[in-house]
Write a protein of this length. Structure first.
Length: 88
């Protein structure tokens, strides 16, 4: 986990492994802050919805702890959410 500590922007998310469900370009993805022990916060603030108020934004940020696990020749990163601000 110490090697994954820091701050970075998400480029792609897969679920299940090998299936891309989110992809970002030009730095428009969520921002991840992660401590050496695996605690993290992912900041996700989206644009206002079409037809909605220009001042209205939806917050989908969350935080929790990550785990790394070796599976065959790959390292699998799993996040366990403890706090979630994503609207239903």
């Amino acid at each position: 986990s110490k090697q994954l500590a820091g701050v970075w922007g998400l480029v792609q998310r897969e679920q299940p492994l090998g299936t891309t469900i989110e992809e970002y370009t030009d730095g428009d993805g969520p921002l991840r802050l992660q401590a050496p022990g695996g605690l993290f916060i992912e900041l996700r603030v989206s644009e206002a919805e079409p037809g909605g108020s220009a001042n209205e934004q939806r917050d989908a940020s969350f935080g929790g702890r990550c785990q790394l696990k070796q599976e065959r020749d790959q390292v699998v990163y799993t996040q366990l959410r403890a706090i979630d601000f994503q609207p239903p």
